[in-house]
Structure formats: structure tokens, C-alpha cells
Design a protein around this ligand. Structure first.
Ligand SMILES: [Mn+2]
Length: 320
């Protein structure tokens, strides 16, 4: 991996000279943003820093096995901090603090932006962006090596969590030999793979299964060869499932053979969110998401537009 060493060294210096550090995860947090945040949190604590991990949304229960997860706050005063580290946020608004605390982004204090999304425009004062990295935790692993920071068991588990979730447990095309080598090294450093497997991949609440049932029931292939499925607000209310429980189901939607790409539309409080996936190399779903003001990766992207879903029933006459 070709990390910009200068930026990493600059980040190391900024961290050394700051006492109070804010660590920000993206909204609707996933294993990568949480793992990135808590790996840094563990190390910075060991340096005697005062660190606060923050996220605008609650951390989903499956991640409670991670050490320090209870340290997460959703409110803070940005002026209390000398340094801000933002992890796995493809854009500054993914923090969801851009409107409530715009001073975070006015470059009045150092902001280290660590990310692997192609949409990242380098909103930090120090930017460590590697779009071919499978996860942000993979970038942070590399930072630890460059800066000669030691990786303990908690850090290894947090970093492996990000790799595991962002590669879909090594099933997505972003899994390379270096991914597996990194995972192997983290295991040798004591990463708790058993808990990652158990809590993130083998535990499914009833509400999640019922929600997934609706996602799967609504699948159809449209006239353009696109696999589609929809969920409206009622589906969430009736199953008592939360939006975060959708994580993972799109891989089933996307497994229909010969489909060009798949789209899952979900209605959420006056907006419609589209999630796009493809298994094809010649299709770039980030481009499609872009047309709706979204973005993401070539094979996994998304967008959000204001509105709601309306059912349309079409009839046509066929020869009998
Ligand atoms: Mn990520």
C-alpha cells in the first residue's frame, strides 16, 4: 500500500503535540469507522492523552464487544479540543456535525482526515486518503507501522473489525493478498476473531430477520436487468427494526445471477435512500449514485434524495 508517508509523519507530530483529541466517526456507524476510532482511542489513551470518541448516532449493539465502546459520546464542545481526527468519512457532512459545529471544518485547528472513500475531497488539514485500501482500519494499521506504534490485543481486534466488515468477511473484491496478510498479522497480535465472528456475523435479532424477510420478498428484476427491492416506512415500524439492521442484506439482493446491478430503496423520514451494488467489473455504481447526488465505491455506492416511495402497479395486455 502506497500511503503518503509525509502526511502520516505530520499526523504523528500533530498527535504528539496535542493533549486533548477528538475522534469522530461517521453517522450510521459501521465496523470500519468504529474500529478505526477505537484503535486510535486505545493507543492515544496509552500515551496519556485526553481523548473523546464521538458519533452523532448510537453505536449498534453488535459492536459492544469492542473495548472502550462505552466511551463514545454524541455531544461535545469542539473548542475543548486541540486536534480532531476524523475516520472513514467520505465527506465532511458524513460526520453530521458540519451544521452544528462548523468550526470543526474552518481549519482553525488541525484536522486529520483518514479515509478510503474515493469521494473524499481532503477536507482535513492533514489528509491520509488511500482509495485502494479495503478499509480505513487497514490505513490505520499502516500508520501504526510507519510511526512504529505498537499494536496490542484491543487495537488488533478493532483494526480487524474494520477489515472484516468492509470486505464482507473477505468476500468482496477489495480483498487482496495484502488484506489477508494484514489480517494474519492482527491475529498473531491477539485479535479476537471469535468475537468478531460471533457478534457481527452469527448473531441476528428477530427484528432484523423479519426486516430482511421483507427486503427479500420485495425483490424483482426490472425490464433493464436491474435487481430492485424496496422498503417503506411501514416495514420498519411493523418489524420494529432500525435502519442499521439493513447492513448485509443487500449482498443477498446482489446475488441474483445475470443482474447488472442491484438497488435497494428505503424510505426514511421524508427521504429515500438508495443503496447500489454490482458484481460486474464494467459497471461503476458510484457513477450511478452520483447522478442522484450520492457517491461511494465502484461496486458499492449510495445516495439519499428527499421524497417518499409510491407503489406503482402496471398492467399490460398480452396475447392469450
Ligand atoms: Mn470504510
Amino acid at each position: 500500500m502506497d500511503l503518503n508517508r509525509n502526511e502520516v509523519i505530520k499526523a504523528g507530530k500533530a498527535i504528539n503535540s496535542a493533549e486533548k483529541i477528538l475522534l469522530i466517526s461517521h453517522k450510521s456507524p459501521d465496523g470500519d469507522t468504529i474500529g478505526s476510532n477505537l484503535a486510535l482511542y486505545d493507543y492515544l489513551l496509552s500515551l496519556g492523552k485526553e481523548v473523546t470518541p464521538v458519533c452523532t448516532d448510537l453505536i449498534p449493539e453488535p459492536f459492544y464487544f469492542l473495548e472502550h465502546v462505552k466511551a463514545y459520546q454524541n455531544e461535545f464542545t469542539s473548542n475543548d479540543y486541540e486536534l480532531v481526527i476524523i475516520v472513514d468519512c467520505g465527506a465532511h457532512y458524513m460526520t453530521n456535525f458540519h451544521e452544528t459545529q462548523p468550526e470543526l471544518f474552518d481549519k482553525s485547528r488541525p484536522v486529520i482526515n483518514i479515509d478510503h472513500h474515493p469521494s473524499n475531497d481532503g477536507f482535513g488539514t492533514i489528509n491520509i486518503i488511500q482509495t485502494n485500501a479495503c478499509s480505513t482500519t487497514r490505513i490505520i494499521y499502516e500508520m501504526f507501522k510507519i510511526l512504529k506504534w505498537s499494536i496490542n490485543r484491543n487495537i488488533a481486534t478493532a483494526l480487524l473489525t474494520g477489515i472484516f466488515t468492509d470486505t464482507g468477511s473477505f468476500m468482496h473484491s477489495n480483498t487482496k493478498s495484502s488484506t489477508l496478510r494484514t489480517a494474519g498479522d492482527l491475529l498473531s497480535k491477539g485479535a479476537d476473531l471469535r468475537s468478531i465472528r460471533k457478534y457481527l456475523f452469527k448473531t441476528t435479532p428477530l427484528s432484523t430477520l423479519q426486516l430482511w424477510g421483507r427486503v427479500l420478498k420485495n425483490i424483482h428484476i426490472n425490464e433493464n436487468g436491474v435487481t430492485m427491492t424496496v422498503l417503506n416506512q411501514n416495514d420498519f415500524e411493523e418489524t420494529k427494526a432500525d435502519y442499521s439492521e439493513l447492513t448485509g442484506v443487500i449482498d443477498y439482493v446482489n446475488s441474483v445471477p445475470n443482474s447488472d446491478f442491484s438497488v435497494m430503496l428505503t424510505e426514511r423520514d421524508g427521504t429515500v435512500k438508495g443503496s447500489l451494488r454490482t458484481l460486474k467489473n464494467d459497471i461503476d455504481v458510484a457513477e450511478i449514485a452520483n447522478e442522484f447526488g450520492g457517491g461511494g465505491h465502484k461496486k458499492a455506492a449510495g445516495f439519499t434524495v428527499p421524497g417518499r416511495l409510491e407503489k406503482e402497479i402496471r398492467w399490460r395486455v398480452v396475447e392469450g
